[in-house]
Design a protein around this ligand. Sequence first.
Ligand code: N01
Length: 644
Amino acid sequence: MDVQLNDGLGDAGHLRAAIDEADIVPLLLVLAHLSGDEAILDEAAPYIHGAWNFMHTVPPALQVGIRDRLAEVLRDYDSTGRALPATPPAHLLRKMLNVGVGQAVPEEYVPLLLEEMRLGEVDPRSVAWRARPPAEVLAGFRAVVIGAGLSGLCMAIKLREAGIPFTIIEKNPTVGGTWYENTYPGCGVDTPNHFFSYSFAPNHDWPEHFSKRNELWGYLERCADEYDIRRDITFDTEVTAARWDAARARWDVTVREADGATATLEANVLITAVGQLNRPSIPDIPGLKDFPGPVFHTGQWDHSQSVVGKRVAMIGTGASGMQAGPSIAPDVEHLTIFQRTPHWSVHNPNYHARVSAGKIWALKNIPFYAKWNRFLLFWASSDGLHASLQIDPDWPMPDRSLNATNQQFRDLLIAHITKELGERTDLLPKVVPDYPPYGKRMLRDNHWYRMLTRPNVDLVTERIDHIDPDAIVTRDGARHPAEMIVLATGFQAGRMLWPMQICGREGDTLRDRWGDDDPRAYLGITTPGFPNLFMLYGPNTNLGHGGSIIFHTECQVHYIMQALREMLEHDIASLECRQAPHDAYNARVDAAHRNMVWSHGGVGNWYKNARGRVIANSPWRLVDYWAFTRGFSSTDFVLGQPDR
Ligand code: N01
């Protein structure tokens, strides 16, 4: 790799400007990486207290020293044309990891982090053939992927890389899935963007640390083009059913085309990539159907209806409401928010910050800056909180918090809310949850509390009784005038893969086995009775403690690619997960969840089903799930040979 100091924004002046603007800790790590200087790490170590870019107190003089040295080192590489060191030697690497995040990084994370950073040119998550199958074997094989959202695209990119033919069936007219469909005002990501992107396709142009929907969708559109995936996608077509044909070891996949006609495709393997949060949940409130004004769900925002100057009612205060509410509040005449349960939300100083031109230059041009930055963001938002989400059976305040750390976090969150509400202390009892932090999905404060103090915003916590043509009426009899209703009421997460009818080896459907809300799978990916069916973002794979769903998707894609390699290299017609590993895995999942915050009796959330079983979330640390999916053991499967 060449140092490109004269590309991008231009000359050495730009380099200096970028070095001056970029974050000090990734710069420090780049300096150590390029120079091998351990002493500078020792000097800076006492001032680094965490992985976020605001968690250091590196003194200005030391910062100047680091920036000057790095400029010199880069000029030296540039003028001498010396090759850059790819991966630092082991002892230096360990020190860089530890110093960078201000804590000892356990050994088990090192291979994962190296993969995530992708320091070399080769993608360590690519599954290479051990013995490439003959071209005719590959040509006679077909995967059907359902959905061209971020997991379907990730799958397709890896299938293409391996030369495995595939077709994606996508119900929408273009790619992007949730990032295509959700267009509500303020829609955006709340995982840091430079980590919320494929590890193999970093984007240095994110305009914000937490970018908005158009940027996310645009990124997925670009990935579809850059990896030339679009030609293998059938758009405007929805999979309605799939049936396993055991004699031919094939899935017969029924699709409904744009004109309503149905057709059947054949697939050796069927891979679902439809997300957990795709089918809106519409509340059954008396009068809602007869409301004469516009009514729409956040996931299906009706942009033909202007909110400007209207009396708008918003039902629901989850992640979608948190973003939509503050985004429309300045424009509406009045916003009445109906809150059933308050959510916790955390402040992050980067949440509303744009990425400066200098930082973008650094990400693009300073060798390894983007990679070390990704490592830091990964660490900042991954497993750090996992241990604090375990229930301490001896904790004296079990209704409010789980343990001492969770209580400290609760106190910090309340301090933030109190500061934001200012004089409106009357709102405190309404907005402070009575359950432990993380019991529901932790949100990022999008100026929610400030919004609540606006004169044109009301927060109603009384339950809704019914809806009249001109008002929402609460159980206390109060009428809340409304001309337009926004349903920020979430999705039918528990009904995974619904409404598709997927019929397995024994003739029953997934719905028959799972009921309405009890999905189970081995590693969240594969389930007995349904050979050659693989799921992305399946049961118990949602992340509630941290991390990025893209990271989890890459783990699942890696596992599925290993399964396909096994099938194609060894002439295996079908792989069906055995009952014993499936049941043992789910027993472990349930046992792990029993001790975690989402099982807390005092809170409802979309993570668990009607009987309290957590069905959406993974109980595992990222490093655990990564380890589970890093290898593939065919002993977990019944192998079917081709019928010749
Ligand atoms: O949905 P939710 P969401 N009457 O289910 C309330 C992802 N996401 O679309 O809490 C009154 O969280 C319900 O009340 P309660 C993210 O994973 C990410 O906001 O059940 N209220 C709740 O307040 C997220 O977790 C991003 O008591 C009713 C709200 O509606 C997931 O999507 C952005 C009701 C639903 O909240 C879902 O988030 C957006 C009724 N009948 C979404 N029914 C980012 O990355 C439901 N509610 C930022």
